[in-house]
Design a protein around this ligand. Sequence first.
Ligand SMILES: [Zn+2]
Length: 303
Amino acid sequence: MSTDPAIAPPLDKPTPPKLFWSDVVLAGLGLSTTILSALSLALLNLRAHVALYAFLVWGVIPGGAICCGLVSAIGFELGARVLGKRPGRVARAGILLSGPLGYALIFVFQYLLLDVNGTPISSVLSFGTFVDTVIRGATIKFGSTLHTPQLGAAGYGLVALQAGGFFLGGLGVFAMPSMGRPACAQCGRYLSEPATVTGSGTAAELRPQFAYARKLLSEANSKAASTLIGALPQNDASHRLRLETRACAACELEYCRLSVLEWGYPAPERGKQPPATWIPVTGLDVGGQVSAAGMGQKGVSQV
Ligand SMILES: [Zn+2]
């Protein structure tokens, strides 16, 4: 939601150099499904004459290509889960590329695998001629009986439509859970589940406690802030002060979100009113990195 400042910093922070190679590994894992799915689709088309990626909804929406583009890029989501790391710049470029690349590879694999009476097509035709022949020879099927004639030059329009479908499908990975999970700003690893401490009171009572806890956090003292909030009354007062702390296991960095909450209704989403819940009070809701203590100690011991 737009009213929630993220605990993790925005995604467009530059990737530190030491993360480059782990991001390359993630991109490699992602592109492996791109290659595998293109190979499978090419084989299915050659052996069974089923072109899943060519399926059009209402004759115009490249539904098959969108689904295949998503499958083609799904390795980035799976890879991020396996590595426990959010996609960085290299991997995100890979996601953008994955759909169109997967589509192009279908042509490459068909060219390499197709033979006519035992003669590989690649020994007779150049790749460019092969692709041009396939594209111009395409037809569109409506139902089980109605076929258009071969499209000729209009086949290139169909190719553009399908390539666009693959691209859109690949973008679907950006909406998957691994892209939105809170991650460490320094190393990109996913953070632990939040440790939460709350205390109750009226808005007037909690406002100074919020300010004091915030000061402690700015001094990298999240322990004292937790103790402060944990010592507040735990009852059914109108407001709550909540501190959520997440940690990066690798960098020993802490990230927090400190909020005063009141019971109320969140903003409607898509015309629907969500049920009442504890929502942050505007201006009393902050988040970010707490402490660089682990890093600082490392620096000292090196000197
Ligand atoms: Zn980290």
